[in-house]
Design a protein around this ligand. Structure first.
Ligand SMILES: [Mn+2]
Length: 331
């Protein structure tokens, strides 16, 4: 199949900068379940465009996560914007149009549509596309665009961009942490924001509820397959007792995976009575996306998710069996 890949459809950063320079009004769209890269890219781009006197709206179907509370312009994100005038639409970090959620019609209604992203699977759905899967984060492309726009970076733009870059690279730990990522980080740091303060809020601090979820996760942990598989979970009643939100459960699956003998982990949390959302993680060889697919879920090799019905014990047993089976096939 001679599929048109996004990279063969790419337009130059300069042509995108020119299109934005010619636009009076710009709407930037972030993806659903927003992360630091999509929100930080939107924030930095909006600040740059406003310096050029543009009217800018930043939009996202989801809420800005508490962890990203230092993000400049965070209170400006609109989930149900109504835009009356003609505008240029820009999607940031959206691997496909579904990632815009309810805001996809807003993208489509743009008189010109620009797609800036770094996901391999991006089909190049914009009128103008800047898609580079080798970019560590979408902000790397957005920052090049800001340079091409001729805007002088300031502290807040640097902070927004740093939030995007550091979160998408797992605080410069993941395999996408290229020399380019460090070069950009150095440039951003020169804008003068407080690095230790933002790093603390992003990567160290946790809510008390999150600490309690981790505690319960550790207490209930079950190990299988010579301690290579770790599984744990919480029920709705636990969540209520602890006062934990969905966000407070983040990191529990990683906590299990990081045990020295563990190759793959699963953390289950009950999202409605008898339905468990499963976060799957793996360290090296086990492809947890295949495990997720057995339960009609999906994801990546080292991080995936699915939903399983039953009691906590039934769900744990089902996931454990699937992980052990996958381990015997992948190893
Ligand atoms: Mn990204």
């Amino acid at each position: 199949m001679a599929a048109k890949t996004a990279t063969t459809m790419n337009d130059s950063i300069q042509s995108i900068a020119n299109a934005l320079t010619e636009s009076g009004s710009i709407v930037v769209i972030s993806h659903i379940s927003p992360d630091g890269d999509t929100l930080g890219s939107a924030s930095a781009l909006a600040m740059a465009l406003e310096k050029l006197g543009k009217k800018v709206r930043i939009t996202c179907e989801g809420k800005v996560p508490y962890m990203l509370r230092m993000l400049p312009l965070k209170e400006r994100f609109e989930s149900e914007p109504s835009v009356d005038e003609p505008y240029t639409a820009v999607s940031v970090d959206c691997g496909d149009v579904m990632r815009m959620g309810k805001l996809y019609p807003l993208f489509i209604a743009g008189k010109k549509r620009i797609n800036i992203d770094h996901h391999t699977t991006n089909s190049g759905f914009g009128d103008l596309n800047c898609v580079d899967p080798t970019a560590p984060a979408t902000i790397c492309l957005v920052w090049e665009l800001i340079r091409a726009l001729g805007v002088q970076a300031d502290k807040n733009m640097g902070l927004a961009a740093y939030i995007a870059l550091s979160t998408d690279t797992g605080n410069f730990n993941y395999s996408n942490t290229t020399p380019q990522a460090f070069r950009l980080a150095a440039e951003l740091l020169e804008t003068g924001f407080d690095l230790s303060e933002v790093a603390h809020s992003l990567f160290r601090e946790r809510t008390a509820a999150r600490a309690k979820v981790i505690g319960l996760c550790a207490k209930r942990m079950q190990l299988f397959g010579n301690d290579t598989i770790a599984v744990s979970g919480v029920e709705l009643s636990d969540m209520q007792r602890i006062g934990a939100s969905d966000a407070d459960c983040e990191g529990a699956a990683d906590f299990l995976r990081d045990i020295d003998t563990v190759e793959a982990s699963a953390f289950l949390r009950e999202v409605e009575p008898g339905v468990f959302k499963v976060s799957l993680r793996s360290q090296k060889y086990l492809d947890v996306s295949k495990v997720a697919q057995r339960f009609a879920g999906g994801g990546h090799k080292h991080a995936a998710g699915a939903k399983v019905n039953g009691t906590l014990n039934e769900a744990i047993a089902a996931i454990k069996d699937a992980l052990l089976q996958e381990a015997s096939e992948d190893n």
